[in-house]
Design a protein around this ligand. Structure first.
Ligand SMILES: NC(=O)c1ccc[n+]([C@@H]2O[C@H](COP(=O)([O-])OP(=O)(O)OC[C@H]3O[C@@H](n4cnc5c(N)ncnc54)[C@H](O)[C@@H]3O)[C@@H](O)[C@H]2O)c1
Length: 352
């Protein structure tokens, strides 16, 4: 069988959206699948749905079952994410976990796509049990490898039919002075934060483009979780800041290109997430590393290091998951903006 379902499922999702419903589309392959030509794929669906059907049977491809999940393209704040399908890379912990929890609390279905599959599965089991129905799925991915990204996106399309919101959140950091930086660690950070974002945007946009063919009035979103280090340099952390500055170049360029498929592309630039594992892990976290290396003069405890970093923020605290979620919901709700990098830094970084 060719992968006709990868084209048809997003188009069915688009047709349903045009008929007023956000749907999840589950696919079951035909017993005797056939290879369809591009023309046969184009002809397989009606031009419009008068009402949203429960199933669409495409002979030679398989059965698409539709579950209605929310109103289509509502700009009402309470409905902005309800019933939408989101993918969150690096969703198993940290900001990704917070975003996943927040999107589900607002009525979305979330594919938690992470290299740490066990962590993603654990989170998904908890969230589905709490909701009493499937509100999330776990998918393994290494965002720096194209085959892995493509397989992850396809797995989401088979399970729920398409993607309304792709959150490119997975990111890594190897801070060190440039005079000591080895090429391997520099390339590792670049591969995940920069190339990984491009690969995710590429494969998400291919699916979103199909949805747009049958729902020419709807918008979808790609949102990169960037950093304040994408807006101003970061001392002894050049590989990270460089990859994040580059990410904003990709966001602006993809925004120009993908607007013709009604895909908005934006970045969110959070400040430091002091309560997340990157900073607060008791063994490997940055607070304990900075305490042990004497980076903060006079600091005797982790608490002293934290106070030092909090004092750099005009609002005197670190960034949290809900802070990032608020920016994310704003971007989805806002239908007249694309290609932006929005700081969420408590005033630590200001645009000019
Ligand atoms: N923590 C902060 O202070 C902070 C501040 C600003 C921006 N950010 C950005 O927010 C994002 C999340 O950061 P975090 O601190 O929550 O990170 P984290 O280290 O707590 O979690 C990152 C998650 O991404 C996964 N991951 C790592 N590499 C991957 C890959 N190649 N493919 C798939 N998954 C991968 C990990 O398994 C993990 O679950 C990153 O892009 C980071 O640059 C973080």
């Amino acid at each position: 069988m060719n992968d006709a379902y990868l084209t048809l499922a997003p188009r069915i999702k688009g047709l349903a959206a045009q008929a007023g419903q956000r749907v999840h589309v589950r696919f079951e392959a035909a017993k005797d699948p056939k290879v369809l030509t591009a023309e046969q794929i184009d002809a397989a669906l009606p031009k419009a749905f008068t009402t949203v059907p429960a199933q669409v049977d495409v002979p030679g491809v398989g059965l698409f079952s539709l579950t209605t999940a929310g109103p289509s393209d509502s700009t009402n704040r309470a409905d902005v994410i309800r019933g939408k399908v989101a993918v969150v890379t690096g969703g198993a912990q940290g900001f990704g976990e917070e975003i996943t929890r927040g999107l589900i609390a607002n009525g979305a279905f979330v594919a938690v796509a992470d290299m740490n599959l066990t962590g993603a599965q654990k989170l998904v089991a908890e969230l589905n049990a709490k909701a009493g129905k499937p509100v999330s799925m776990a998918v393994s991915v290494n965002v720096s490898q194209e085959e892995s990204v493509e397989a992850m996106v396809n797995a989401v399309v088979v399970e729920v039919g398409g993607i309304d919101l792709f959150v490119a959140n997975a990111g890594v950091l190897k801070a060190m002075p440039v005079v000591d930086q080895d090429v391997k660690s520099f390339e590792f950070v670049t591969a995940v934060n920069y190339t990984g974002y491009m690969l995710c945007a590429k494969h998400a946009a291919r699916v979103m483009r199909e949805q747009a063919k049958t729902n020419p009035a709807g918008w979808t979103d790609i949102i990169q979780i960037n950093s304040k280090s994408g807006l101003e340099g970061s001392n002894k952390n050049g590989s990270y800041a460089g990859s994040k500055f580059g990410g904003i170049g990709l966001t602006q360029s993809f925004a120009l290109e993908l607007v013709s498929y009604r895909i908005k592309v934006n970045s969110i630039c959070p400040g430091n997430f002091f309560d997340g594992p990157l900073w607060s892990d008791p063994e490997k976290g940055l607070f304990v590393q900075y305490l042990n290396s004497g980076k903060v003069p006079g600091a005797k405890t982790i608490g002293d290091v934290k106070v030092f970093y909090e004092a750099k923020v005009p609002m005197n605290r670190g960034c949290t998951g809900p802070d990032v979620l608020r920016a994310l919901l704003y971007i989805v709700e806002q239908q007249y903006e694309t290609g932006q990098a929005i700081p969420v830094t408590g005033g630590q970084v200001m645009l000019n």
